[in-house]
Design a protein. Structure first.
Ligand code: RIB
Ligand code: CA
Length: 313
């Protein structure tokens, strides 16, 4: 099977970082054309630096890293330092990456790549707010039909919101961008909180990573030691939800996941429920299904995959 051409759009963030490591450790399945960074968990100046740091932790400075939008399409930026720490990667000892940030803007890289590569051959994997993706579609509508698939982390239905009672963070930060993506007509697979809250970083799972004995395993264990505390305190769970790696694991081992092809629309008007993903899980409307909404995963298989792949780094 040839490697799938992928652009990861990300706001590292510890869980983004694990998703990047999983992708970087899987060149046989993922031909990572580039990493475009967006403002989200922390400001863009940090997300682009963190992405380059993770490439160096994986000894993959060959992957180009781009900075995209520093803010949502129409709203002020909302960040999540309370979850990820001031750096966005609190936990391990951080360092100044040596690899350069590309001079081209990430949005332009997405447009140029989709125009250059054969139509239908590039998958977009957004792991943060959808500002870069939507901006690219607005600037170059011709690229929409050229996207193979979008596999994103975002939204919630049964799990409801994590940043407001109604909304998940990635959608809440830029609901207008999410609406543009969900209405694009592109084949979309969504990893909402409904599934990511079942992918918990329990102590044995973190220790398995630490016991790999390589720098990627130790770095990841130290990131997760920090990352899990917020959700464990909030939900009383036995670990933190490993959101973004669900996207990359789906590309590598889709059978780990199950979901339903349903209609998902985004609330962009109501102050009370702004950013809510209105998921028609029970098919009570005649709205056209537009996303594979993932609801469950084989959590043991998921962590086994991550551990096996990070052992390669
Ligand atoms: O709500 C979880 C999402 O928001 C994850 O992508 C996490 O990294 C943050 O961006
Ligand atoms: Ca993220």
């Amino acid at each position: 099977m040839t490697a799938r051409k992928v652009i990861i759009d990300t706001d590292p963030g510890q869980d983004d970082a694990v998703a990047l490591l999983l992708a970087l450790a899987s060149p046989d399945q993922i031909d990572l054309l580039g990493i475009t960074c967006v403002a989200g968990n922390v400001p863009l100046s940090l997300t682009q630096k963190n992405a380059r740091m993770i490439c160096e932790v994986a000894s993959r400075p060959d992957v180009p890293v781009f900075a995209g939008r520093a803010a949502p399409l129409m709203r002020p930026l909302v960040t999540a330092e309370e979850v990820h720490g001031k750096t966005g990667l609190d936990g391990p000892e951080l360092f100044e990456p040596k690899m350069p940030l590309q001079s081209q803007n990430g949005v332009d890289f997405i447009i140029e790549t989709l125009r250059r590569e054969p139509a239908g051959s590039v998958t977009l994997c957004p792991l943060g707010p959808l500002s870069n993706i939507a901006a690219a579609f607005q600037a170059a509508p011709d690229i929409v039909a050229r996207v193979q698939e979008i596999v994103l982390m975002g939204g919630a239905y049964f799990e409801v919101g994590n940043v407001t009672p109604a909304a998940e963070f990635n959608i809440y930060v830029d609901p207008e961008a999410a609406e543009i993506v969900l209405k694009s007509g592109i084949q979309i697979t969504m990893m909402p909180l409904d599934v990511t809250h079942k992918a918990l970083t329990t102590r044995p799972r973190i220790e398995a990573l630490r016991n790999l004995g390589n720098s990627a395993g130790t770095f990841t264990a130290e990131m997760l030691d920090f990352f899990e505390r917020f959700d464990m305190e909030k939900y009383g769970s036995e670990g933190g939800p490993l959101h973004d790696p669900c996207v990359i694991a789906y590309l590598i081992a889709p059978d780990l996941f199950t979901g339903r092809h349903i209609n998902v629309e985004i609330e962009t008007q109501s102050k009370l429920t702004l950013g809510m993903t209105v998921a028609d899980w029970w098919g009570v409307t005649d709205r056209r299904p537009n996303a594979l909404f993932i609801g469950d995963l084989d959590a043991e298989g998921f962590f086994k995959l991550i551990t096996e792949r990070l052992a390669r780094l």
